[in-house]
Design a protein around this ligand. Structure first.
Ligand SMILES: NC(=O)c1ccc[n+]([C@@H]2O[C@H](COP(=O)([O-])OP(=O)(O)OC[C@H]3O[C@@H](n4cnc5c(N)ncnc54)[C@H](OP(=O)(O)O)[C@@H]3O)[C@@H](O)[C@H]2O)c1
Length: 261
């Protein structure tokens, strides 16, 4: 059970003070997937000065309330994924926890979203605890990945490219029944999805710290230059929650073709 109380104020829309975090997220819904691919959201936590790493991991950037929020977001999705760089840095855990697993089961869904890790041609830490657990797991690797065998219970899909192209990743997941994907970084994989115009929402937690380091930001620079340098991609603010000195923001990005200004 979730026995921790995390009190938040909803600042936007419909301001209300003193809500329980779970209550504030009770009406959380995802829009329909865009034509031809799953809906994709990215969830990241940064410092006030926009850094997504603290001593090489995300640990310590967000509060316990933020960690609960991560699980609440995950519970809404068919699949939760991350880049292998994140798995190399820290032992990612992409499940929802017992109470939310039970809620999903009661709603006729799998207890946990499908776990997805996206790798290229570098090493894969197959001893990570991501490879354990009962949930379905899909490991997507590049054409030249050195991976010989994955631990039992993990489906391995090899991409035709050295680095799996995000649109190909999405069609591979769609073939396996995924309609909604939550990506939890890291910044380099996020950049590839931005370059592929495959980000529909961003959930951004701002931890109340300044770092002043050169750590990675939420989205790394797009390799080969950003198409948005001359025409920034507009986002629409969907909601804002405040917990103590932390902010939890939700932004939506419409398909570029439908943007009129
Ligand atoms: N603050 C947060 O919310 C947050 C969230 C997640 C991670 N992080 C932190 O971010 C760091 C890891 O981020 P990262 O950017 O180095 O790693 P990453 O984005 O997790 O993974 C990058 C790796 O993914 C593989 N990949 C597969 N397809 C790709 C594609 N199309 N484009 C780019 N890469 C592709 C490549 O693996 P190969 O090397 O095998 O080619 C690449 O090196 C860690 O410190 C982690 O703790 C922070």
């Amino acid at each position: 059970m979730n026995d921790a109380r995390h009190v938040v104020d909803r600042l936007w829309p419909d301001p209300v003070a003193g809500l329980e975090l779970d209550e504030a997220l009770a009406g959380f819904e995802l829009p329909s997937p865009p034509d031809g691919r799953p809906f994709v959201a990215i969830n990241m936590v940064t410092s006030i000065d926009g850094r997504a790493q603290l001593k090489g991991t995300a640990e310590g950037l967000g509060s316990r309330a933020d960690r609960r929020l991560m699980r609440l977001y995950r519970a809404a999705f068919d699949a939760v994924g991350s880049g292998v760089g994140t798995l190399r840095a820290t032992d990612v855990w992409l499940r929802v926890g017992d109470d939310l697993a039970m809620q999903r089961r009661d709603a006729g869904r799998e207890p946990n979203p499908i776990g997805v890790v996206i790798a290229g041609s570098g090493p894969i830490p197959t001893d990570a605890s991501w490879f354990t657990g009962d949930e379905r797991r899909i490991l997507i690797v590049g054409a030249n990945s050195p991976l010989q065998h994955a631990p039992e219970g993990t489906e391995v899909v090899r991409s035709p490219d050295d680095r799996p192209e995000p649109r190909w990743v999405l069609s591979t997941l769609a073939e396996r029944g995924v309609r909604t994907l939550l990506l939890e970084g890291g910044p380099r994989l996020n950049a590839a999805f931005l370059a592929a115009e495959a980000i529909d929402e961003i959930y951004w937690s701002i931890g109340a710290h300044l770092l002043g380091t050169d750590a990675l930001r939420m989205i790394a620079p797009i390799e080969g230059g950003s198409p948005y340098e001359g025409s920034p991609r507009p986002g629409r603010l969907v909601s804002v929650l405040r917990h103590d000195d932390e902010l939890f923001l939700r932004y939506r990005f419409e398909a570029p073709t439908s943007i009129s200004s």
